[in-house]
Design a protein around this ligand. Sequence first.
Ligand code: HEM
Length: 348
Amino acid sequence: MKLSAAVLLALVAVQAAVLLAAVPSAQAGELQVGYYNKKCKGLENVVKWNVIKALKANRRTGAALIRLLFHDCFVRGCDGSVLLDASYDNPHPEKEAPVNIGLAAFDLLEEIKAAVEKRCPGVVSCSDLLIYAARDAASILSNGHVHFDVPAGRLDGFVSKAEEAQAELPDSAHDAQKLIDNFARKNFTVEELVILSGAHSIGQGHCSSFTGRLSEPANQITPAYRNLLNYKCPQGSNPTVDNNVRDEDYDVVARFMPGFVSRVRKIPDFLDNSYYHNNLAKIVTFHSDWTLLTHKEAFGHVKEYAENGTLWDEDFAESLVKLSELPMPAGSKGEIRKKCSVINHRLY
Ligand code: HEM
């Protein structure tokens, strides 16, 4: 007897559902500050110690952790889905989405996870570890000005799809309205979009992420800064450029923006409200940053945070907590992964 393709597909789907039901999994409960106090004593110190060590070697890793939090939580909620590697069952995970270019710090998270597994096996989710690590990075990079408690108790998800990440995450070529709509879909306001964009005071971007900026008119990008980018980008294949011009090489800044050299920093990646000053001066890398000046309400917030750095520190911390509370899709199940880059059992 020959089975039709439709019947075969239905059988495979039923088999997959039965197997998935057999995988040990649970639904996440309410998030709580101090969730691991009894379950895994000293956990937050283990994370902090590892983050301090990593950032001593390279502060940029802190920027990578903060971006990872955003890219994990905006897609299927904070479920560690961005951490999963490609596998036989899932050849195109979120990591592979073009919008995820440049994501880093995966190795650090895996090291932290291994240390935590030794201490308390099977207890702490990778999604929680990512939020703790990003929180510590934000605190270190801001000299303690950005600080917050982390509500925890997340589970690690089973699903990670490149096409979902590409559809959900904002694009650096987007105009203000598209960004506003994108954030509104996750229940974030215009103000929160402006607050969170302030994370671009740290880290780097690939030239391919801002090719349009290299030929934008002078009312959108300061010509001296555009010349600097045009000088840096042809060097090598798709090199990276610092998001904050004060982190650039002294010689390059002296050549293209001599009036700016006094602001060049010996220590890079300092998380503060300088992004808003840079934005008003039209010396930001991404079109998605500049475009905030074209929207009346967003522009007002850019000015507000340029004037009040302390307010930004507090509001940024609050918005990161809100990001970190984005839930998995209703009814989703999860687990405590043994390794952050793979789910514990094959699904099929
Ligand atoms: C508003 C929409 C946003 C867009 C369009 C955007 C886009 C980008 C792009 C294109 C890069 C550079 C990627 C590369 O070429 O390697 C980048 C870097 C970065 N983004 Fe965003 N981003 C946005 C919002 C955010 C938010 C909400 C956060 C965190 C709260 C964030 C944190 C960062 C950080 C820290 C970096 C530097 C990462 C590193 O150096 O490893 N971004 N962003």
